[in-house]
Write a new protein. Structure first.
Ligand SMILES: [Zn+2]
Length: 72
């Protein structure tokens, strides 16, 4: 491996690590405030996400869940 190849390999490794960091940050963000409903996969409206940043479900599925919970 010549010097340039080694340099390239180092740079690539660096980029991969950076990519992983970005990826995990993005995942953490997604985990704290899902964009899509965990139940039906529908996009959660931005207004709802702002009102309930930790909501994992759309309003419909959430009320469904709550009804289930209270009926028990
Ligand atoms: Zn839903």
């Amino acid at each position: 491996m010549n010097r340039e190849d080694r340099l390239e390999a180092v740079t690539e490794g660096h980029d991969a690590a950076r990519q992983r960091r970005i990826e995990s940050a993005r995942r953490a963000l997604a985990a704290s405030g899902a964009k899509e409903c965990a139940d039906c996969g529908e996009l959660i409206p931005e207004a709802r996400r702002k009102a309930a940043p930790f909501a994992r479900r759309c309003a419909a599925c959430q009320s469904e869940r709550e009804r289930e919970f209270y009926c028990r």
